[in-house]
Design a protein around this ligand. Structure first.
Ligand SMILES: NC(=O)c1ccc[n+]([C@@H]2O[C@H](COP(=O)([O-])OP(=O)(O)OC[C@H]3O[C@@H](n4cnc5c(N)ncnc54)[C@H](OP(=O)(O)O)[C@@H]3O)[C@@H](O)[C@H]2O)c1
Length: 262
């Protein structure tokens, strides 16, 4: 198998062992949105610890491509093709966690939808679509997988957005769903900390992913990926937080491009 690119985020097995206080237990992780962008980078980073991975997305071809790199490091990689807005797909994923992975340490919510437009020009159906993918879907998936996470004192990561903190013009509906996702994560943390479950929200600014490239095209702007955050930057901070000793918890991370090009 071809060796991964140098820029990809990895930790050595020895480093993983030290960071987890010498107890080297292979993580079992589910990452949604794993076929592209930030989710793919986070999957590679977690895989680098020798984890058992379940990479979830709708497009099996893109998923298989993304899994190719993860397989270089991981103990094993399951690819799970599913549109998670469908409740029966969430049930199937929960069965897979139970039967194939036999438990779960890490759930990363990275799948999501985006839309832009002025509030007075946007049909309500757009709000419904964004709500279904960005709020209802992570809510249902969290509920379905929480029993496994409680058993292993696991961790949940919500990849939110800078728009989940500060709404700006023409992103009102997307920002509303990201504010709701923040509320969900904050309440959940309060509810499950006592069970030993850690909950992290990450609020990235613009990141060089296929979604962002399409957005620049839509805005008729020149796309310069090197002016934006890189998916690997986010993967690095997520992995560092996941590997912290259980005596500590990172709750919120804001990360944005150093150069303000937008
Ligand atoms: N890029 C940015 O600038 C930026 C900034 C802040 C926050 N974020 C957040 O980061 C997350 C990832 O963004 P990205 O830019 O990496 O996006 P991306 O490249 O467009 O990837 C989105 C991923 O989500 C999956 N997905 C979407 N809807 C799904 C559904 N219903 N069921 C299952 N999988 C679904 C896609 O699967 P398919 O391949 O099958 O379509 C894909 O793997 C999003 O939640 C986004 O809001 C991104």
């Amino acid at each position: 198998m071809e060796a991964p690119r140098e820029s990809q985020v990895t930790v050595s097995r020895a480093e993983f062992s030290i960071r987890t206080s010498g107890v080297e237990t292979a993580l079992r992780a589910v990452v949604t949105g794993a076929s592209s962008g930030i989710g793919m980078a986070i999957s590679t980073a977690i895989a680098s610890t020798g984890a058992t991975m379940c990479m979830v997305g709708r497009d099996i071809k893109r998923l298989e491509l993304a899994a190719h790199t993860a397989r270089y490091y991981a103990r094993s990689v399951f690819v799970h093709e599913a549109d998670l807005t469908d409740e029966s797909a969430i049930d199937r994923l929960a069965r897979r966690v139970e039967e194939d992975m036999q438990g779960l340490d890490v759930l990363v919510h990275c799948a999501g939808a985006h839309a832009k437009g002025a509030i007075d020009a946007t049909p309500v159906e757009q709000l419904d679509n964004l709500y279904r993918t960005n709020v209802r879907m992570p809510f249902l998936l969290t509920k379905a997988l929480l029993p496994f996470l409680k058993t292993r004192q696991g961790q949940i990561v919500f990849i939110n957005s800078s728009q989940g903190r500060n709404a700006r013009a023409y992103t009102g509906l997307f920002a509303a769903t990201q504010h709701a996702l923040k509320a969900l994560a904050d309440s959940l943390r309060d509810e499950v900390n006592g069970d030993g479950v850690r909950v992290l929200s990450v609020y990235p600014g613009r990141t060089a992913t296929p979604r962002m490239q399409s957005l620049y095209e839509l805005e008729n702007q020149k796309y310069q990926s090197d002016l934006l955050l890189q998916p690997e930057d986010i993967a690095k901070v997520v992995l560092n937080s996941l590997l912290l000793a259980k005596t500590a918890e990172v709750t919120n991370i804001e990360i944005r491009p150093r150069i303000k090009s937008y």
